[in-house]
Design a protein around this ligand. Structure first.
Ligand code: ATP
Length: 338
């Protein structure tokens, strides 16, 4: 049976890294039928809207979308196209793995990092509840929203993910000592749900200590679950530990649909030059293969990426090499075929 997946090529380096990813999935013989739809500033230019109705209905129909980075054109009434898609499909869990690639020169190359950050994606400090207090913007307020319901579903998602992927530990990151109500509720929910999963170890850690621990001993972490703002910051920290944004994928898991993407942006400075590193989107495609049940193909993809990066011959500029997108992609396809 083949899976129908919506495909958004996106803006900037999007089309280059999406095309590379489609070539690699073809080489893996992944059973996917792509349904290409438009979004972003390219769509706005050609179709007069950055998020056509057909794109939303395609994602809703297929339940899965692989997406290149998008630029949100100014003055179209959208704060962000990415956020609009995530909200529309209630994509509540942002999942970002960060794993050391053996042989790849990074600041932490001697440490075996293998962590997954599960970030609550709908509320916290990013719930969008903000006020300005007059006169002359004398003050401003942002409300941190923490509901028991959303906390339960994200913590449960982290434990279920850990169980499914054979992981051993879930660490909940919070600031309950200062944010006594919101942080306290999130921690309490975590401690309660942890009792349902006695096969998985549970601990909690305060965000400031977490930042230090992630830099001093990042190998101690496995699955991390946290609120929206802390998750946003920690996932970029984790990306930095393993070699940067060009390597880091992200999944947005929702009830209506799930979206797989690179965490970096459109990289306008190198767009159209054939220099982009497609690894982050390739790894996002690997997460998508897992999500669709093609776990072996996902593993094969990750092993092939690791082999090409470790070999060190076809490395893109962001990682200190000289290869372009095509040369790297060819090396990967040769590795898959070999
Ligand atoms: P946006 O506004 O869309 O977020 P940006 O340039 O502010 O774009 P990124 O696109 O994340 O932010 O890029 C940050 C830097 O990292 C840029 O110098 C870019 O060239 C580089 N970069 C990002 N992604 C890649 C990639 N896949 N391959 C190579 N370089 C990349």
């Amino acid at each position: 049976m083949s899976f129908k997946v919506s495909l958004i090529r996106g803006d900037g380096i999007g089309p280059e890294i999406v095309d590379a990813t489609v070539r690699v999935l073809d080489a893996l013989q992944a059973d996917i039928e792509w349904e290409e739809v438009r979004a972003g500033s390219g769509a706005f230019k050609d179709l007069g809207t950055p998020l056509p109705e057909e794109t939303i209905s395609s994602i809703g129909r297929n339940g899965v979308v692989l997406k290149g980075p998008l630029e949100t054109p100014i003055g179209t009434g959208f704060r962000s196209i990415n956020v609009t898609i995530r909200k529309h499909f209630d994509m509540y869990a942002n999942v970002r793995p960060a794993k050391t690639t053996p042989g790849l020169a990074t600041r932490f190359q001697d440490v075996a990092i293998d962590m997954v950050i599960v970030r609550e994606n709908t509320e916290g400090a990013y719930a969008g509840i903000e006020h300005v207090i007059p006169p002359n913007r004398a003050a401003a307020e942002t409300v941190i929203l923490c509901t028991r319901w959303a906390s339960e579903r994200i913590v449960r998602h982290a434990f279920e993910y850990a169980r499914r992927c054979g992981r051993k530990q879930v660490t909940l990151v919070h600031k309950a000592n200062i944010l006594k109500e919101t942080g306290g509720l999130f921690l309490e929910v975590g401690q309660t749900i942890a009792r349902e999963y006695d096969d998985i170890a549970f601990n909690d850690i305060i965000i400031d200590n977490m930042c230090m621990q992630m830099v001093r001993r990042p190998e101690q972490f496995d699955v991390i679950v946290t609120t929206n703002l802390f998750g946003d910051i920690l996932s970029d920290l984790a990306a930095g530990l393993i070699g940067g944004l060009g390597l880091t994928p992200g999944a947005n898991i929702g009830n209506g649909a799930s979206m797989f993407e690179a965490v970096h942006g459109t990289a306008p400075d190198i767009a159209g030059k054939g220099l982009a590193n497609p690894t982050a989107l390739l790894r996002a495609a690997g997460m998508m293969l897992d999500h669709l049940g093609m776990v072996d193909k996902g593993r094969r993809l990750e092993e092939s990426i690791a082999a090409v990066l470790a070999h060190g011959k076809a490395i893109t500029g962001d990682l200190g090499g000289r290869a372009g997108t095509a040369e790297y992609t060819d090396a990967l396809i040769a590795e898959i075929g070999g």
